[in-house]
Design a protein around this ligand. Structure first.
Ligand SMILES: *[C@@H]1O[C@H](CO)[C@@H](O)[C@H](O)[C@H]1NC(C)=O
Ligand SMILES: *[C@@H]1O[C@H](CO)[C@@H](O)[C@H](O)[C@H]1NC(C)=O
Ligand SMILES: *[C@@H]1O[C@H](CO)[C@@H](O)[C@H](O)[C@H]1NC(C)=O
Ligand SMILES: *[C@@H]1O[C@H](CO)[C@@H](O)[C@H](O)[C@H]1NC(C)=O
Ligand SMILES: *[C@@H]1O[C@H](CO)[C@@H](O)[C@H](O)[C@H]1NC(C)=O
Ligand SMILES: *[C@@H]1O[C@H](CO)[C@@H](O)[C@H](O)[C@H]1NC(C)=O
Length: 905
């Protein structure tokens, strides 16, 4: 398997060590760079606990894995292999016990990492097997580690942005041999590199093209990020071109920094006029790929020479007129993933070009979507604390709830859709526990079953157990607990909402009876009598309790019915009361809806969540959104959520008038917006389409921003819209804009499929590319989507172009900003009728909103202020040519420094 990393790095130098000077420069570079490993974590698994050494070939500093894991045993590969492999591959940690063993490694959440795990079996156990086992990243399966050849190493590598302050790398036994691992290497990459729209990147190929080294791979310190670069065979007729004068110091590098040794070689087609083709056949045509193509001109061109080529991807233009410059690296990639039965890049020289296309390196990654969320952090903290207090020796490692097959022994969890798994059962029965009942248990706030029976727990039954609101079963039998049981627990148990078992705790008493016991203490009785009477009293108490319980359970039934009846009465009363206050009826039956919509006569819209019909309630037009049955079936909180949303009122949010809630017929009734949605007007598809002036556009943007700002800051808890897009911005008869469909992601928690996926909440192109890494959509995700809408308002371009030059609107605008020509960016139909500063301000604001790093995006409050300022500038132009003193207009600055250049358009 490739890439291999035998310790032959210095040998590679020979073609490049043209002079002794170069060699000295290299050593010097090695010294400097060896210090610069701040973003590296290099772990030699199975090395002695105090191991801490610098690898003599690479200068990488490795440490032992002892501080990252408590399980497993140290092993050493056969000695022949120690001659060919670097030292970190010589030992391995092997896991004879446990289904899953995990490393815990602290990192910085939200930062971008290359994570590589290396495996060299080397017949360390003398069994000469070919084991295979699973590799997990926290709650998600990452890959299956397969050893084909004991003498060859295999590597599994991803580029991933962790959402917690640690990562867990786990080895899971699947019954096909004993898991082991040789080393773990984590490298901090620049945050803005290798960004994806969703998911993480799994290594597929990383090719040093034109190299004449065919055995090993270049890595650190040729590569500052320690990526492995090796030869790839694309089975094409190519000629290598080499320029040994290209060195690290001479190269103009940007963010991706492919190593100079890799960039100093390139390939060109053997037939100079033929295209240069790089293609591969994915195992699955639905596999999503990202590719990074690295170019530099390899020779100093004469004035009459020109190298220029277009890059086609699967027959469509991907990037035009690439003309690499001498000693400058161009990295070309696309902001969104691509797929196909065959993936084919074709580099074709343009008519003006006198030289064939060349390419120095290509990186190819496959999208891997780690969809399973980690267990709720509060629960993890609590259970870890419980584990350490009671020194639980079970194999409690990795994520407590996920993957389900590796659920911690003694736990059970709930797996809510689109939310973190929660611990609902803790069963530490017969686990040899001693000491007090640990307060951390009360932090498991969703706990339903708690079984601590048959241990040696002492001290009192703590009050904090009463805080567990969902607790249904509490078993404390057969311990040494003493004192009285908190009355709230006894109450609950009497009411029948808690099954409480406390038998076989000799010193425990129910609240009322404790005084009796203390009274007894005052009498002077011989210990023997005391213990006998103790037993007798216990027997009596148990008998009384038992009969009480039996009687109670019968009483309980009647009591429950009475309670329910009362409830119904009070609910009806509340509803009457509500309807008194608010004359409009809010709940409609399906037959009402049929009347309102005149049997669904007029469709006014269609969306992912269902169809929207025109209706009339007392001659007032309304929009009736019928939710698709599959999406809401069985969703019990529907009514609660809708009622909450009906309380949200703002002039820039479409108001929810009512709803219907029958098993398969669920609908939402909104105020009717006469002028349809923003998209229709921008595209001219509305039947009475209005041409929107720059001022109109800014007003609409401001309205929408105010609505969103209210959802974020005016609602407690904040409401995240999750689906801001131009078709969700509706216009009333006065062209006032209102945001619609807010809170829908709460009402419709899933698309009905089995995947717990946030992809459904959001629309491609508007979806925050950062969401997958942060695992939850935040306010800043809405800001991203709003930025995309703002770009649409400004440019009137499609969000994702379907024409030849595919790409996201933000990339397109970004590349146009560099030209400094605002007229090239703003919708040409405005014919320049807008204030230039106002437009620049809007563009700058929109580009900040779509920053890949959520921290760089402004809040909605700031956005409101900025749009107001842009509007003021425009108004100053159109009215009176004087600035309205109420608005302060800040000087406009535009960031022309585009980091992403060059990009696919
Ligand atoms: C990358 O992002 C993380 C989280 O936002 C941040 O802590 C870190 O400083 C960033 N790194 C760089 C180099 O900007
Ligand atoms: C295993 O790999 C070694 C070293 O690459 C090679 O010499 C040997 O032939 C391989 N064995 C098999 C069975 O492929
Ligand atoms: C070829 O180059 C000339 C002069 O540099 C330029 O005017 C022309 O547009 C180019 N043609 C193409 C197809 O790029
Ligand atoms: C865990 O809970 C689920 C649902 O509540 C139940 O079906 C399952 O049997 C439980 N598993 C264990 C091991 O108790
Ligand atoms: C806890 O586990 C024991 C066996 O280990 C089992 O007998 C008992 O029923 C479990 N308790 C609960 C509440 O599931
Ligand atoms: C109680 O726990 C002990 C070990 O701690 C075990 O041997 C015994 O079987 C358990 N008894 C019950 C009733 O579960």
């Amino acid at each position: 398997m490739f890439p291999k990393s035998p310790n032959m790095e210095l040998v590679y130098l020979s073609p490049y060590t043209m002079s002794i000077t170069f060699f000295i420069a290299f050593l010097f570079a090695l010294l400097i760079q060896a210090q610069d490993q701040s973003g590296f974590i290099s772990i030699d698994c199975g090395a002695p606990a105090d191991a801490n050494y610098t690898d003599s070939d690479t200068g990488i500093k490795y440490i032992s894995d002892a501080n990252f894991i408590n399980t497993g045993v140290s092993k050493t590969v056969v000695s022949e292999l120690q001659r060919t492999y670097q030292r970190h591959m010589w030992t391995a940690r092997s896991f004879p016990d446990g289904k899953r063993n995990c490393y815990n490694i602290n990192i910085t959440r939200g930062s971008n990492y290359l994570i590589r795990t290396n495996f060299l079996y080397g017949n360390y156990d003398g069994l000469n097997e070919s084991p295979n086992f699973d590799l997990h990243l926290g709650p998600n399966r990452w890959d299956t580690v397969t050893i084909y050849n004991a003498s060859e190493d295999v590597n599994y590598e991803i580029i991933h942005v962790p959402s917690l302050d640690y990562i867990q790398i786990c080895l899971a036994d699947t019954g096909h041999g004993r898991p082991f691992i040789s080393s773990i290497e984590i490298r901090n990459l620049k945050n803005i590199t290798y960004a994806t729209q969703f998911g993480s990147l799994q290594y597929y190929k990383r090719c040093d093209l034109g190299t004449n080294e065919t055995v090993g791979a270049y890595r650190y310190n040729y590569d500052v990020y320690d990526r492995f670069w090796a030869v790839c065979d694309f089975n094409q007729d190519w000629t290598s071109v080499v320029n040994e004068l290209i060195t690290a110091d001479s190269l103009g590098q940007k963010n991706y920094k492919p190593p100079a040794v890799v960039m100093s070689t390139a390939v060109k087609p053997a037939n100079a006029s033929a295209p240069l083709v790089i293609s591969w056949d994915p195992e699955d045509e639905n596999d999503q790929f990202y590719a990074y193509l690295h170019f530099t001109e390899i020779q100093v061109l004469a004035a009459s020479q020109k190298r220029e080529f277009n890059i086609m991807l699967n027959g469509e233009s991907w990037y035009e007129k690439e003309s690499p410059q001498y000693l400058h690296v161009d990295t070309i990639y696309s902001p969104s993933a691509f797929s196909g039965k065959e993936v084919k890049f074709s580099l074709e020289m343009t008519k003006n070009s006198t030289l064939p296309p060349i390419i120095s390196a290509i990186e190819i990654y496959k999208v891997i979507d780690f969809q399973q969320l980690n267990t709720f952090q509060g629960d993890v903290d609590a259970i870890i604390s419980i584990q350490s207090v009671y020194e639980v020796t079970r194999d409690w490692q990795g994520d407590p709830c996920s993957p389900v097959a590796y659920l911690w022994h003694g736990l059970n969890c709930s797996y809510p859709v689109n939310d973190f798994p929660r611990i609902i059962t803790l069963n530490l029965s017969s686990s040899g526990l001693s000491g007090k009942i640990d307060p951390s248990i009360s932090k498991l706030t969703m706990l339903e079953n708690l079984d601590l029976s048959n241990n040696s727990l002492n001290d009192e039954v703590p009050d904090f157990l009463t805080q567990l609101q969902h607790l249904k079963i509490l078993n404390l039998e057969n311990n040494n607990l003493s004192g009285s049981i908190p009355s709230a627990l006894v109450e609950k148990s009497k009411k029948g909402s808690l099954s409480l078992s406390v038998a076989q705790n000799p010193y425990l008493c129910e609240s009322g009876q404790c005084n009796m016991k203390e009274d007894k203490k005052n009498n002077i009785v011989t210990p023997l009598v005391a213990s006998i009477s103790g037993v007798l009293i216990l027997l009596v108490v148990v008998t009384i309790l038992w009969t009480l319980k039996r009687r109670k359970s019968r009483e309980k039934l009647t009591a429950l019915m009475v309670e329910r009846d009362q409830n119904q009465i009070s609910r009806q009363y509340i509803e009457q009361y509500d309807s008194l206050r608010q004359p409009k009826k809010q709940i409609y039956s399906y037959s009402d809806v049929l009347k309102i919509t005149n049997n669904f006569n007029t469709i006014i819209g269609k969306g992912g969540f269902g169809t929207v019909y025109l209706g009339y309630i007392d001659d007032t037009p309304v929009a009736v959104k019928m939710l698709s049955p599959s999406s809401v079936r069985g969703y019990q909180q529907f009514q609660t959520e809708v009622k909450l949303l009906m309380r949200v009122h703002h002039k820039n949010l479409t108001s929810l008038i009512g709803y219907c809630n029958e098993e398969t017929n669920k609908c939402l009734i909104y105020e009717y917006m006469a002028n349809g949605n923003l998209q229709e007007h921008l595209s001219g598809k509305h039947n009475k389409s209005k041409f929107l002036s720059w001022e109109d556009r800014l007003r609409i943007a401001l309205d929408a921003a105010l609505g969103l700002e209210y959802l974020h800051n005016g609602c407690k808890p904040p409401i995240i819209h999750r689906d801001v897009k131009s078709t969700n911005i509706l216009l009333n008869e006065h062209f006032q804009a209102k945001l619609s469909d807010f809170g829908l992601s709460k009402i419709i928690p899933t698309d009905g499929g089995s995947h717990v996926s946030t992809v459904v909440a959001g629309t491609l192109g508007y979806l925050d590319p950062h969401y997958s890494t942060s695992s939850r959509l935040t306010e800043k995700s809405d800001v991203y989507s709003f930025g995309v809408v703002l770009l649409e308002i400004i440019t009137n371009q499609p969000v994702i172009a379907r024409t030849q030059d595919k790409g996201h609107i933000s990339e397109k605008v970004n590349s146009l900003i560099a030209t400094g020509d605002i007229n090239g960016i703003v919708d040409s139909r405005l014919e320049g009728d807008f204030d230039i500063n106002s437009a620049w301000k809007a563009v700058e604001l929109a580009m900040n909103c779509v920053s890949l790093n959520p921290n760089e995006r402004p809040t909605m409050s700031v956005i409101v202020v900025e749009i107001k300022a842009a509007l003021a500038t425009e108004l100053a132009r159109t009215y009176g040519r004087g600035v309205d003193p109420r608005y302060s207009v800040e000087p406009v600055s535009v960031n022309l420094d585009t980091e992403f250049m060059p990009l696919a358009r």
